[in-house]
Design a protein around this ligand. Structure first.
Ligand SMILES: *[C@@H]1O[C@H](CO)[C@@H](O)[C@H](O)[C@H]1NC(C)=O
Ligand SMILES: *[C@@H]1O[C@H](CO)[C@@H](O)[C@H](O)[C@H]1NC(C)=O
Ligand SMILES: *[C@@H]1O[C@H](CO)[C@@H](O)[C@H](O)[C@H]1NC(C)=O
Ligand SMILES: *[C@@H]1O[C@H](CO)[C@@H](O)[C@H](O)[C@H]1NC(C)=O
Ligand SMILES: *[C@@H]1O[C@H](CO)[C@@H](O)[C@H](O)[C@H]1NC(C)=O
Ligand SMILES: *[C@@H]1O[C@H](CO)[C@@H](O)[C@H](O)[C@H]1NC(C)=O
Ligand SMILES: *[C@@H]1O[C@H](CO)[C@@H](O)[C@H](O)[C@H]1NC(C)=O
Ligand SMILES: CC(=O)N[C@H]1CO[C@H](CO)[C@@H](O)[C@@H]1O
Length: 909
């Protein structure tokens, strides 16, 4: 009985317990109802997927609700919205034949995300993905071993925000339909075998924040339109074969944090506009064919940069200084380029874990405290000199430099010639008689600019350079005959040329100015004081402390060739002539900028003086009168005649044009623009050495002759100036070849020795001349025309031009009217003949040069040369009718007058 009751109680208790349990379970299940899969179709589809992919029941177990219990299934409102099988393992059976078998996905009508990354899906992406999975927002097939092409239908999945297909074996082109995925935030197609070019349609992906198509086989150029993707934070196009240059539009990506264009075939320079990348933290441009200078302000925006990799390109020039002071920089790799310059000294950074690799460049000078901040440095393959300071880490690579007490350094010759090329002295590895070993803090103050470190005779280059200087500008005879009543200062007399083998002491060339003084004089080189950007440097006007107005040439050695200012200084150390602009001094203390200080010329130069505003109120222009023009022509001819005929060897100015003809307050000429001056090329062996050493010159200028290093080239350029004085079109003397040629073809026919009136057709309209003066104008035009002979050998010598300009009327009168009289005045005849000789194709000018003694000085080589090359010249025998050979050349710029022959022949016997 007791048993029965107790059993009944127990049963009741059990029932209550069961009841309670079941209601609890119901509650729980009710709670989970929302998460419960309600669609049978989807349940079936899930099981189909499980079997087709060979998933394990451990991950997706039977008899439980997939929404609540299956790994990687996400549901909403009873439907599957997310399937994530990332990293799943297959059953043993499934592993045997893995397939990209996901057909049942079509039955998930609300699927938003499918992530199968790191799950092998060998096979290609089904074309129907793009037609059926229209609700998809995330498709992640990273590292799935997917093959084939990307179906273009993917472009229909317009709700897609993330498309990850990296690290597969996709091939073919990137379908341009991907550009329709306007909601896309992340597009990653990297590490495949995609070919073709980057679709232009990508330009539409305006919401994209990350684009990675690195490590494919893409070709073509980077579409500039990528600059429109203004939300892009990461752009990786590395490891392809992209060509052409970096589009400057990339600079518009001001949200960009990561930029990687490395390992392509990009060329050209880094566009200035990339400084717009204000948020950039990683700039990786290594392993391309990029070249040129880095824009100075590339890194000057408030910079978040942490990584800068420019290795293995062909960059040259200085590294922008600001790059050294970016606080967060922790990797700077600019190795294997042609960067040059010195390490900055002012910075005193704290040590960080940062890594520096500047190996295989052309850095030089001493090691500085900037190295303090780096925990690892590679400086090998540069030209650093001096001692290695303590703060350089022990593990630093220092080989192949010019450092003291370090093994595996460059040879003395290498070091010396490298430094000598830059006008610097090398410390000779700290051995005796070198510069003071440098304390690191002293920075580059121990470095002195001397010219062509003659101390270290070991280097052949130095010897050659010395020879160059000595030969180029050996001696100019001091002018004693050229004053002719011109009121310019006297010539310093009795200066002897420096002895061969002695380095030139430039402290003797004018005063030494400090950089500070020049800053003060020019208002920190303000734009307001900029006169012009010359080809050898920028010219600024300035006022020295004492109130003396000066012109300062600022020579940026990074953009102009370095020996220019040295040659100019050397020129001034040897040449002093009233027709040459006075050099007041120089400032050479800065490494990459040099300064030359000249006397200020109140009337600036001919190109700016020819026409002047009348006064402030009146806009009309006043032009120089004829007397002044003739005076200027004579003055310039004097200067050039001095260079050509009184210097040994003859010096060629090489930059004769209106803007090189400077004018003082009395319109006396001072020749400027002297950085191109060189010795005339001849066939003497000395000159061959100079020619060897000279950098290749652009010889495209004006005349048809190939060499600009001949006096005849100056003559040609001077002809243009003369013609400019006649016609008022001075600007033409600096203009392009074709323009010039056209202009000459139009103008020269109006210059005839038989018709003075013709010249009025080309006469400067602002020039008021009466009949007398017109004759002078006519004469100058004729002189100009003879200077412009296309054959260098037929142009008159400067000394005859000078004579002709001094006696303009004789040019036109005597020759025309009384050739008999001309014969009796032999000296006059000679210059006239020289001048008019050029009117006919004859090289017999040589014969006309009267004194044999001077013929040598004239650089007669150029004449002789032409005498043997000019065939007409050698056949011409003073009287033979060689009109046929003449006519062959009638198309030359300078057609000859027909009947001059007779007169000239008389003159020549
Ligand atoms: C989708 O579901 C329907 C209805 O259950 C079924 O007939 C069809 O075979 C399924 N499709 C796939 C590809 O599994
Ligand atoms: C795409 O997304 C929008 C907004 O989220 C939604 O209204 C639309 O139905 C989606 N398109 C498809 C095909 O699911
Ligand atoms: C990818 O597929 C190829 C060929 O089908 C195979 O050789 C390779 O082993 C696969 N990769 C992986 C990671 O399974
Ligand atoms: C999807 O895209 C393909 C090709 O890109 C196109 O032919 C097809 O009509 C599109 N289908 C739908 C449903 O939009
Ligand atoms: C792009 O982003 C903006 C703001 O986030 C959003 O309003 C816009 O709808 C997005 N465009 C597309 C096509 O998704
Ligand atoms: C550096 O310049 C020299 C001479 O201009 C050139 O021969 C060399 O290839 C350049 N090196 C690099 C890495 O660009
Ligand atoms: C270097 O460290 C000192 C003290 O540790 C600090 O005062 C100074 O600001 C730091 N300098 C820089 C450039 O970070
Ligand atoms: C140690 C040494 O060789 N010193 C020489 C350095 O050069 C000067 C002249 O320039 C000599 O007088 C020293 O003997």
């Amino acid at each position: 009985m007791v048993d029965q009751r107790s059993i009944g109680v127990a049963l009741l208790y059990l029932m209550l317990l069961l009841l309670f349990e079941s209601t609890f379970e119901q509650q729980v299940q009710q709670q989970q109802q929302q998460q419960r899969l309600s669609s049978r179709i989807e349940l079936t589809a899930l099981f189909e997927l499980r079997s087709s992919l060979g998933l394990r029941s451990r991950d997706w177990p039977r008899k439980v609700d997939p929404c609540s219990r299956w790994t990687g299934i996400r549901c909403e409102n009873g439907s599957v919205i997310g399937i994530n099988i990332s990293g799943f393992r297959r059953t043993r059976l499934g592993k045997q034949n893995p397939q990209f078998a996901v057909d049942s996905l079509v039955n998930f009508t609300h699927l938003v995300s499918f992530n199968a990354s790191r799950f092998l899906l060998p096979g290609s992406i089904p074309d129907w993905f793009g037609r059926r999975l229209l609700t998809l927002q995330v498709l992640d097939l990273r590292s799935c071993n997917v093959t084939g092409v990307i179906p273009s239908s993917i472009g229909n999945l317009t709700n897609l925000t993330s498309l990850y297909l990296p690290d597969n074996r996709l091939s073919g082109q990137i379908p341009s339909t991907l550009g329709q995925l306007l909601s896309l935030l992340v597009l990653d197609l990297s590490k495949n075998s995609l070919t073709g070019s980057i679709p232009l349609s990508f330009v539409s992906l305006r919401n994209l924040t990350s684009l990675d198509i690195s490590s494919n086989n893409l070709r073509g150029s980077i579409p500039p339109g990528i600059g429109a993707l203004s939300k892009l934070q990461s752009l990786n196009l590395s490891n392809n074969s992209l060509m052409s240059s970096i589009p400057s539009q990339l600079g518009d990506l001001d949200s960009l944090v990561d930029l990687d264009l490395s390992s392509n075939d990009l060329s050209g320079s880094v566009p200035q506009d990339l400084r717009g990348l204000r948020n950039l933290q990683r700039m990786i441009l290594g392993n391309n064919g990029l070249s040129g200078y880095l824009p100075v302000d590339l890194f000057s925006a408030p910079s978040q940069l942490q990584v800068v990799i420019l290795r293995n390109n062909s960059f040259n020039g200085d590294l922008p200084q600001v790059l050294w002071s970016i606080p967060g920089l922790n990797l700077l790799d600019i190795s294997h380029n042609n960067f040059t310059g010195q390490l900055p000294t002012a910075l005193n950074d704290n040590a960080t874990a940062a890594v520096l690799d500047i190996s295989q460049n052309k850095f030089y000078g001493v090691l500085t405290t900037v190295l303090r901040r780096f925990s690892s440095t590679n400086l090998s393959g540069n030209y650093f000199e001096g001692r290695v300071p303590d703060y350089v880490p022990d593990n630093a690579s220092l080989s192949s430099n010019c450092l003291q007490n370090v093994s595996n350094q460059r040879t003395l010759v290498e070091c010396v010639s490298f430094y000598a090329e830059r006008g610097l002295s090398f410390d000779n590895f700290g051995r005796p008689n070198s510069t003071e070993p440098s304390a690191p803090e002293s920075g580059n103050s121990n470095r002195r600019i001397i010219i062509l470190a003659a101390v270290l005779g070991g280097a052949g280059l130095i010897v050659l350079l010395l020879l160059l200087l000595l030969l180029v500008l050996r001696v100019c005879r001091q002018s004693t005959t050229n004053h002719r009543g011109i009121g310019v200062g006297p010539v310093p007399a009795g200066e002897t040329p420096p002895l061969p083998g002695v380095a030139i002491n430039f402290s003797s060339v004018g005063d030494l100015f400090t950089y500070q003084q020049l800053l003060q004089a020019t208002g920190d080189f303000s734009d307001a004081n900029l006169i012009k950007n010359g080809h050898s440097g920028d010219l600024y006007r300035g006022i020295l402390e004492g109130g003396l107005p000066v012109v300062i040439k600022r020579i940026d050695l990074r953009s102009v060739k370095k020996e220019g200012y040295l040659l100019e200084l050397d020129f001034f150390s040897k040449v002093s002539h009233p027709r040459v602009v006075p050099l007041l001094g120089h400032c050479l203390e800065k490494e990459d900028e040099k300064f030359l200080v000249y006397k200020y010329m109140p009337n600036e130069d001919l190109s700016s003086s020819l026409y002047r505003k009348n006064n402030l109120e009146d806009d009309s222009l006043q032009s120089l009168d004829w007397i002044t023009r003739l005076k200027i022509a004579i003055g310039a001819a004097e200067g050039l005649s001095y260079l050509h005929h009184e210097c040994t060897p003859p010096l060629v100015h090489r930059d004769v044009q209106a803007s090189s003809i400077l004018l003082d307050d009395k319109f006396e000429v001072r020749l400027g623009s002297l950085s191109e001056v060189c010795a005339q090329e001849g066939d003497g062996h000395q000159n061959r050495i100079t020619r060897l050493l000279r950098l290749p010159q652009s010889s495209e200028q004006g005349s048809s002759d190939s060499s600009t290093a001949l006096c005849a080239y100056d003559v040609y350029c001077f002809g243009k100036v003369l013609l400019g004085l006649v016609t008022g079109k001075l600007d033409i003397s600096g203009s392009s070849d074709t323009q010039m040629k056209e202009w000459l073809e139009q103008t020269l026919p109006y210059i005839s020795i038989y018709d003075m009136e013709l010249v009025t057709k080309i006469l400067d309209p602002s020039l008021l001349v009466d009949e007398d003066l017109l004759e002078e104008v006519w004469a100058m035009a004729i002189v100009a025309r003879s200077c412009l002979n296309p054959k260098p050998s037929r142009r008159p010598l400067m000394r005859y031009i000078l004579k002709a300009l001094e006696n303009p009327l004789r040019v036109v009168r005597e020759d025309n009217s009384s050739s008999a009289r001309l014969r009796t005045i032999s000296s006059r005849g000679s210059w006239n003949a020289a001048l008019f000789g050029s009117w006919r194709r004859s090289s017999s000018d040589v014969a006309v040069i009267p004194a044999a003694s001077t013929a040598r000085v004239e650089g007669g080589s150029s004449f002789k040369q032409s005498g043997t090359t000019g065939s007409q010249g050698s056949t011409y025998n003073g009287g033979g009718d060689n009109s046929s050979s003449r006519r062959r050349h009638s198309k030359d710029i300078f057609p000859e007058p027909r009947e001059t022959q007779g007169i000239e022949i008389q003159d020549r016997d």
